[in-house]
Design a protein around this ligand. Structure first.
Ligand code: TYD
Length: 206
């Protein structure tokens, strides 16, 4: 079986993590080995970088440092975990990947888009997902959900930041329609899972 690389994206509180669990179970039921990951994180080094990135005490972090830390965490994950998993034919399901960097660091923070895209090539070691699903939800709803239990350093940027993130995702979906698919993330979680699975259907052509 060919390895398949799927990434889940969306603004904070869109329900990605819940969907990743449900989708992983559905793929396992079809007999696939599923490797579930989240970014930033997924290796001992990447988890240390994650802690730096999300710690609200690091409020002085400059956008360029933030960008490079996300990319550093990603490069380690790609080489250490994602590539070996794909080579043995697993289905890799990653909660966030380089489209998050485009949405948050270019869209949200306003870093130069060309620079962010170039950094993404380096951080991903050129590894492009087979399919990227953007769970699309009203940012006000997602933000309220995400911040109910307190805010991390990124969430501390507020609702206007999340709106810029969402707009960047909408743009990505229109620029790369065969890879990036928008999925309506409103309604019951089972309904969203059905939409997610439908948006993956054409990947299982074996
Ligand atoms: P996390 O708690 O994992 O958020 P979520 O459950 O919404 O995925 O925190 C990851 C945060 O890092 C989230 O606010 C998005 C942000 N992020 C970036 O800004 N750039 C990136 O490249 C990635 C991968 C994440």
């Amino acid at each position: 079986m060919r390895g398949v690389f799927i990434t889940l994206e969306g603004a904070d509180g869109c329900g990605k993590t819940t969907q990743a669990t449900l989708v992983a179970a559905a793929l396992e039921a079809r007999g696939r080995e599923v490797v579930r990951l989240r970014e930033p994180g997924g290796t001992p080094i990447s988890e240390k970088v994650r802690a730096l990135l999300l710690d609200p005490a690091n409020a002085e972090m400059v956008p360029e440092c933030e960008l490079l830390l996300y990319e550093a965490s990603r490069a380690q994950l790609v080489r250490q975990v994602i590539e070996p998993a794909l080579e043995r034919g697993a289905c890799v399901l990653c909660d966030r990947y380089y489209d998050s960097t485009f949405a948050y660091q270019a869209g949200g923070r306003g870093l130069d888009e060309t620079l962010v895209r170039q950094s993404n090539v380096l951080g991903s070691c050129g590894r492009v997902p087979d399919r990227t699903l953007v769970l699309d939800l009203d940012p006000a709803l997602g933000f309220a959900r995400a911040t109910a239990g307190g805010v991390d350093r990124m969430e501390a940027e507020g609702l206007a930041f999340q709106e810029r993130v969402r707009n960047a995702y909408l743009r990505l979906a229109s620029e790369e329609p065969s890879r990036v698919r928008l999925v309506d993330a409103s309604g019951k979680k089972e309904e969203v899972t059905a939409r997610v699975l439908a948006a993956l259907d054409d990947l299982w052509g074996e």
